[in-house]
Design a protein around this ligand. Structure first.
Ligand SMILES: Nc1ncnc2c1ncn2[C@@H]1O[C@H](COP(=O)(O)OP(=O)(O)OP(=O)(O)O)[C@@H](O)[C@H]1O
Ligand SMILES: [Mg+2]
Length: 248
C-alpha cells in the first residue's frame, strides 16, 4: 500500500504556541484511519493544515505525490480532499437532494445551477442511498436530526468524488443507533475512499477502527491497532486518565 498522504516533521505555531509539534503521519490509499487524542491535542489543526485552512510553520504535507504547501482551500478540494467541520454546514432551507446537488456541482457557476433544474443525477442518487436518506430526499435539511445532518454532510463530500475524506468527530452528539449507522456508513465509504476520522469514543473505535493514531500535545504518541493502542500505558495516562477526570 503506497502512502496517499504523507506528513513529515509538521509544526504549527500560533503566536509561539506549538499546536502541532513535529507530526509524522503516513496514511495509505484505501485506509480507514482513526485519529484520537484529548481535547487540544491538535487533531483539528492537523486537518486544517491538510485542507489549506491553516499554514504550517514548517514541515511537509504530500498528497498523492503532490506537495500541499501553500495551497488554498479550493485548490486542495480540487486535488481530491474533502472534509467535514465540527459544526454543520448544510443549507437548512434546501432539500436533502438539493444540498447534494449543489455539492455535486461545486465547480459550476451558480447561474448555471439556477438556470438548469434537472432530476436526480446518478451520483446524487447513489450518495442518497449510501447515506440512507432516500425517504427524506425532498425534505428540507432543516428538519433532519443531528445524525441525519451529519450523514448529509458526508454525502455532500462523496458526491464531489474525493480520494481522501477527513471527518472531524462525525459521531459527536449522536444517539447510540445513529452511531452504529455511522460506523456502518464509514465502513461502506472506506471501500472506495481513503478516510481519516477524528473520534474520541473508545467503544466506537473498538467496533469500527483498525489502525489508530493517538495525538497528544501536538505529536504522535502511539500508532497501531485498536487493542495495542488501548493497552498502551501512555495512552491510558493521557487519554483514558483524562476521561476519568472529565467524568469526576
Ligand atoms: N487559530 C488558533 N489560534 C490559536 N490557538 C489555536 C488556534 N487553533 C487551535 N489552537 C490551539 O491549538 C491547540 C490544538 O487545537 P485543536 O483544535 O487542533 O485540538 P483538537 O485536538 O481538535 O481538540 P478537540 O478535541 O477539543 O476538538 C489548542 O490548544 C487550541 O487552543
Ligand atoms: Mg477538534
Amino acid at each position: 500500500m503506497s502512502a496517499l498522504l504523507e506528513i513529515r516533521d509538521l509544526m504549527v505555531a500560533f503566536d509561539g504556541f506549538k499546536a502541532i509539534n513535529g507530526v509524522n503521519l503516513s496514511v495509505g490509499e484505501g485506509e480507514l484511519r482513526f485519529l484520537i487524542g484529548p481535547n487540544g491535542a491538535g487533531k483539528t489543526t492537523l486537518i486544517d493544515v491538510i485542507t489549506g485552512l491553516t499554514k504550517p510553520t514548517s514541515g511537509t504535507v504530500t498528497f498523492a505525490g503532490t506537495s500541499l504547501a501553500g495551497r488554498k482551500e479550493h485548490k486542495v478540494v480540487r486535488l481530491g480532499i474533502g472534509r467535514t467541520f465540527q459544526t454543520s454546514v448544510v443549507f437548512e432551507e434546501l432539500s436533502v437532494v438539493e444540498n447534494l446537488d449543489l455539492a455535486a456541482n461545486f465547480r459550476r457557476p451558480l447561474v448555471a445551477l439556477l438556470r438548469q433544474r434537472r432530476g436526480v443525477t446518478e451520483t446524487v442518487g447513489r450518495a442518497l442511498e449510501t447515506i440512507g436518506l432516500q425517504d427524506l430526499a425532498d425534505s428540507p435539511a432543516g428538519i433532519l436530526s443531528h445524525g441525519q445532518r451529519q450523514w448529509l454532510e458526508i454525502g455532500m463530500l462523496i458526491v464531489q468524488g474525493p480520494r481522501l475524506l477527513l471527518l472531524d468527530e462525525p459521531v459527536a452528539g449522536m444517539s447510540k443507533d445513529e452511531r452504529e449507522r455511522t460506523g456502518e456508513l464509514l465502513t461502506e465509504i472506506a471501500k472506495d475512499h481513503t478516510v481519516i476520522v477524528i473520534e474520541h469514543d473508545m467503544e466506537f473505535l473498538r467496533r469500527y477502527a483498525s489502525t489508530v493514531t493517538v495525538l497528544h500535545e501536538g505529536t504522535v504518541l502511539v500508532e497501531g491497532d485498536v487493542a495495542a493502542v488501548q493497552a498502551d500505558p501512555r495512552v491510558q495516562e493521557v487519554y483514558l486518565g483524562r476521561k476519568k477526570e472529565d467524568a469526576a
